[in-house]
Each structure stands twice: as structure tokens, then as C-alpha cells.
Design a binder for this molecule. Structure first.
Ligand code: USQ
Length: 382
């Protein structure tokens, strides 16, 4: 298939480009380096600076013989979005092109507005471009498990059947996010659902949990092909942060009581989930929602695992406690369904001691780059 990856420079975008070309698809990527710019502006650069997209495409071509077409530009700009769709005419679009951080979206009015504008306008442009240039194309949108929040009932896969006053109906599962960023993902889902009903679009919305890891089948140990790896308070996700903290000898930053539970997955499984969704498209006029994670962990469980494995490697890992900067439940019921991707053929990678040890060893290669002042910035939801 001809696959257009929007946000192709990001933590998931670049590994997806390599993974899909390695599996026989034709791929183009588009990105405006927003994530790199925001990291620089906020003084929270990644553990190492990956090469730019054109250089990454050259390196990958030299290694694998596969080509990736590169478009650099801003997808909130209709002219650029239209040009990319017109030239590449994709069979499928993978939409990762969003400001992806809860803490960034809560920095203040300017960051909040940027998040709203970027995320909603790119989603709208994707919808309009598909309608105008490739109406049969499949849109695969990266959503988040955070759209559901932490309700006191089981979380279904996107939809819920409700019986009310003797009548029955099927609705989007109730959503109640914990940051402005997560709320933009709810708005994306609503936009997509409206246009699926109105224009018969074909859409998969992937509700993903926090991802961990740095290596995929395609990167191997070649660090020039590694994705971004953020360990800072703004763009770093919890397990990636804990691994860097363990290597740096910084007490693991458990927020609040540490009972916050989420569904996690290895970046290798993100690759599988996205490819399986691509290769098994829904019908036109269908919004298919899949909950994309493999295992549930609380923050405390993650910290204990990192401590145990880190100590075995001689790291002397301490578990710290940080006043929770977010407004979220620190102890709660959490029971999300995640059947759809397994039914499509997902072969999960689990978070074993071996996997953790491997990640800690990979992070140790960059120990000299770790800057402790990036770990806690003091951003609060207040
Ligand atoms: N947490 C800590 N200590 C830290 C960092 C985080 O205890 O140093 C806690 C948070 O308070 C939260 C949990 O760990 O309860 C997960 O936080 P996170 O920063 O790893 O993940 P989150 O902000 O929810 O966002 C990340 C990605 C986002 C994606 C989301 C999936 O940045 O793009 O949508 O994971 S989910 O969490 O399921 O909504």
C-alpha cells in the first residue's frame, strides 16, 4: 500500500516508516519538526539528537534498500497538506502529527492554544484532504487511552451500549480526559466520527497507552536510526523516564501515591498494531476504535521493577516521591478491554526483567548526555 505518515519525524513516526517499508509498503513522511522545536524552546532536548528526516531516509536506504519519500512542512497549512496528498495519493494515512504531551499542554495559555490549534487543524486538514483527493483512503489516527480517563466501570473498546427508559442505543464510550492534550484527542475522535457519518470515511482510531522502549526490529542497535528518546518532565513518558533516572542515580519520580494505573506497550508492539490496522482496514462509513496496550501497571509497580532489575545490574536505584503535579486519581479502578488488536493478530511483547535490563543497558550508552535539571521542571495543572 501507499502509506502517508504524518508526524514522520516523531517517536513513533520514524520507526513506523522503517517498519512499513521493511514490510513491503511504499511510504512517504511529512513533518514540520514541531516536536524538535518545542523541545529546544523548553530546554528539554532528547537523550541524543537524531539526524534530520532526509538524512534518516538516506541512512535507512543504505541499510535496507528501502526508500522513504520526505515532505517537510506544516500540516495545519491547507496548501501544504493538499500538495502532499495530491502528489503522493496515499491508500492510507497514519496521523501522528500532534503535540503529544499532557504537561506541555498545561504549561500556560500559549502552549494550550498551540496544542488546540495544531491538533485540531491537522485532523481537520486530514479529513478535508482525504475527502478531496483520496476519498477511499483509510485514516489511521493515533488516539489515547487517556480519552477515557479512569472511570469506575469497565472501559469498553470505543463504544458502549446503553439502555435508558426502556430503549437501547450504542454511543461513543464516555470520555473525560486529564489534560488539555488528552482533551484534544477526544475532540479529534468527535471530528472523525462526525465525518464518518457525513462523508462515509474509513477510519481506525487507536486508543494507545504510554509506550516504552527505543529499539525495534528495524533500528537494531544502530543509534542513528533510533527514535527520539525524551526523559524530561514534558515529553518523557513514565517508564522511559524511570530508566534514565535509574542510570543517572536519580531517585525515581513517583508522583503522589503511585497507584495511577495505565495500559503500557513496547514500541515494537506499536509497530505491529499500526501495521495490523493498516493491513486489515475497516469498511467505508465505519469508525473502528481499538484499545492499544498490552499490560496494566501502576506507577509503583513500574518503579519496583526498575529498581529490582537496575540493582541487579549494579545501579543502586532509589524510589523517590514527588508531590503530584497533575490532577488525577492516585488510587482507582481500572479495567479496560483490549481484544480487537489481539484478534487482528497482535503477538505481544511483555515487560520482562530481560526487556528492562536491555533497555537500561541501551540507555547507559548515553549516560554522559543525561542532564538532571530536565527531570523535574515543576509544571503543575494549577
Ligand atoms: N508519572 C509519574 N512520574 C513521572 C511521570 C509520570 O508518576 O515521572 C505518572 C503520571 O502522573 C501518570 C502516569 O505516570 O499517572 C503516566 O504518565 P505519562 O507521562 O507516562 O503518560 P501521559 O501523560 O498519560 O501521556 C503519555 C503520552 C501521551 C499518550 C498517553 C497514553 O505522552 O501522548 O497519549 O501516554 S495514556 O496515558 O494512556 O493516556
Amino acid at each position: 500500500m501507499r502509506v502517508l505518515i504524518l508526524g514522520g519525524d516523531g517517536y513513533l513516526g520514524w520507526p513506523t516508516a522503517m517498519h512499513l517499508t521493511a514490510n513491503g509498503h511504499e511510504v512517504a513522511v511529512a513533518d514540520n519538526y514541531l516536536r524538535r522545536r518545542l523541545s529546544r524552546d523548553e530546554d528539554v532536548e532528547t537523550l541524543f539528537e537524531p539526524p534530520n528526516l532526509c538524512e534518516r531516509a538516506r541512512l535507512w536506504n543504505r541499510k535496507s534498500g528501502c526508500s522513504v519519500e520526505v515532505y517537510v512542512g506544516d500540516l495545519t497549512c491547507w496548501e501544504f497538506a493538499a500538495e502532499v496528498f495530491r502528489k503522493f495519493t496515499p491508500d492510507a494515512v497514519i496521523h501522528y502529527a500532534e503535540q503529544p504531551s499532557g504537561p506541555y499542554s498545561m504549561l500556560g495559555r500559549r502552549a494550550g492554544t498551540l496544542t488546540l490549534q495544531n491538533n485540531l487543524l491537522v485532523t481537520a486538514n486530514v479529513i478535508f484532504a482525504v475527502r478531496e483527493f483520496v476519498p477511499d483512503a483509510h485514516i489511521i489516527k493515533l488516539g489515547t487511552m487517556g480519552e477515557y480517563g479512569t472511570p469506575n466501570i469497565a472501559i469498553e473498546e470505543g463504544w458502549i451500549d446503553i439502555e435508558h427508559k426502556g430503549r437501547k442505543g450504542r454511543f461513543l464510550y464516555p470520555r473525560q480526559a486529564g489534560s488539555l492534550y488528552h482533551t484534544t484527542k477526544i475532540m479529534d475522535t468527535d471530528l472523525l466520527w462526525f465525518y464518518v457519518r457525513t462523508w462515509n470515511l474509513r477510519v481506525t482510531d487507536l486508543m494507545q497507552g504510554p509506550v516504552y522502549g527505543m529499539t525495534t526490529d528495524e533500528t537494531g542497535t544502530d543509534e542513528k536510526l533510533f527514535p527520539f528518546f525524551n526523559y524530561d518532565e514534558i515529553f518523557g513518558t513514565v517508564l522511559n523516564r524511570f530508566m534514565v533516572q535509574a542510570v543517572a542515580g536519580y531517585p525515581l519520580t513517583v508522583y503522589g501515591k503511585g497507584g495511577q494505573t495505565r495500559g503500557y506497550l513496547d514500541i515494537k508492539d506499536t509497530m505491529q498494531c499500526v501495521r495490523l490496522s493498516l493491513e486489515n482496514p475497516p469498511q467505508k462509513g465505519e469508525l473502528r476504535i481499538l484499545n492499544q496496550f498490552v499490560e496494566l501497571f501502576s506507577v509503583n509497580q513500574l518503579a519496583e521493577m526498575v529498581q529490582r532489575v537496575g540493582n541487579r545490574l549494579g545501579l543502586s536505584v532509589q524510589i523517590g516521591s514527588v508531590r503530584n503535579p497533575r490532577k488525577e486519581a492516585e488510587e482507582h479502578y481500572y479495567n479496560p478491554v483490549h481484544q480487537g488488536l489481539l484478534e487482528l493478530g497482535l503477538q505481544p511483547h511483555y515487560l520482562t526483567d530481560e526487556v528492562l535490563a536491555d533497555m537500561l543497558e541501551t540507555v547507559s550508552r548515553f549516560k554522559g548526555n543525561i542532564q538532571e535539571h530536565k527531570i523535574i521542571r515543576g509544571i503543575t495543572w494549577d
